[in-house]
Design a protein. Structure first.
Length: 367
């Protein structure tokens, strides 16, 4: 009997090591996916800021992978773009050279989405064939597939929203939906990866900190929505001043629309005011979170993300201020806007990791 027990122990240890190795490989693949999603969102930001999103007027997932390869093909695509109201009323002085510039950014944005899909499918088939997946991964994988497919569909709906008469740009609600869906995909992919990494399994049981994090997550979600509204409506240009908003701390014109609730979605100056206000509120709560959690012993992973959260929120507020102040300086505005968007994604990553580590009670520590 003792011989059997002794023989079983190394086998069990080997099984555990194999599972840990498989989990780490899948986690690395998922983290690569997180990085690719971030690049895709940044490409989307550049596409929006350079007003390139309507340059490709058709959705061809397979045949659209190749750009025009000769002058005649370029002229065909340019002629299609010239039928849009954006060309007729905004870019009517565009040459075919100007068109090639905006076409490149929209094509790159779509091409990267194709590459992401290929990486996901290839990795999925490889890990499935090598039996790297276990049963607990089936549902998360299915959710990832659905979120990815949904993101592609929302992207085309967004483009179509700008290809209707009297629309010069994509709709700001559709753009925001596309942006939020991308961040949900990013956050869920990261959460899945965290569940497979041994370094993320040391949990911190603290109901008070979990409550502060919950408030932060809710407020940050709305801040991201209003960030999308700001981008889609070009609301930064409405008030390129700081710390005041066109000379006032509480600007005029926030209640001009009827019904009143439409001001929260469509009124540039109201959206601008809300976005700034949420930024200040988030900064205060992050500072409170940082100092409330300062005397917690151990858990170095938590401490790293706690410090990163404070530094990132400070950086994000500064970038927001400089982005607003340069709203009428097109070149600076583009790169500041992209940096602002990138930092927002780093904040998403930081908050997801903190949310994964901090639990209300011991019973939640396994989730």
């Amino acid at each position: 009997m003792s011989i059997r027990i002794c023989a079983a122990l190394p086998l069990q240890r080997m099984d555990n090591l194999t599972i840990e190795k498989n989990n780490r490989q899948v986690a690395n693949w998922l983290i690569a996916g997180v990085i690719m999603i971030m690049i895709q969102v940044l490409l989307g930001g550049i596409t929006r800021l350079t007003e390139s999103g309507l340059s490709i007027t058709e959705w061809k997932p397979i045949t659209g992978a190749l750009p025009p390869l000769n002058d005649a093909a370029w002229q065909v695509e340019f002629d299609k773009y010239r039928t849009t109201d954006q060309f007729k009323y905004v870019h009517q002085d565009f040459s075919i050279s100007d068109f090639k510039f905006i076409f490149f950014w929209e094509w790159a944005h779509r091409q990267w989405a194709r590459i992401m899909g290929l990486v996901f499918i290839t990795g999925f088939v490889y890990f499935l064939a090598r039996k790297k997946f276990n049963r607990s991964m089936i549902m998360p994988m299915a959710i990832l597939f659905v979120l990815g497919a949904l993101q592609g569909a929302i992207g085309w709906i967004m483009v179509k929203s700008g290809l209707v008469p009297e629309k010069y740009f994509v709709g700001h609600v559709e753009l925001t939906t596309h942006f939020i869906a991308a961040l949900i995909l990013l956050g869920y992919t990261l959460w899945f990866a965290c569940s497979l990494l041994p370094s993320m399994q040391q949990k911190l049981i603290n109901p008070r900190l979990k409550n502060i994090l919950s408030l932060l997550m809710v407020l940050f979600f709305f801040q991201l929505i209003y960030g999308g509204f700001m981008a889609g409506l070009r609301a930064a240009e409405t008030a390129p001043t700081w710390p005041d908003i066109n000379g006032n701390m509480v600007p005029n014109g926030m209640n001009e629309m009827s019904p009143w609730i439409s001001n929260l979605v469509n009124n540039n100056i109201a959206i601008h005011f809300i976005h700034r206000g949420l930024a200040y509120l988030l900064l205060v709560i992050v500072v409170v979170f940082y100092f409330r959690s300062g005397n917690i012993p151990g858990n170095q992973t938590f401490k790293r993300y706690r410090t990163a959260l404070l530094l990132l929120i400070l950086l994000q507020v500064m970038l927001g201020i400089f982005t607003v102040l340069n709203a009428t300086n097109n070149n600076a505005f583009i790169w500041l806007g992209v940096s602002h968007q990138f930092t927002a994604m780093l904040l998403v990553i930081c908050m997801v990791c903190l949310w994964y580590i901090v639990k209300r009670k011991v019973a939640d520590a396994g989730n």
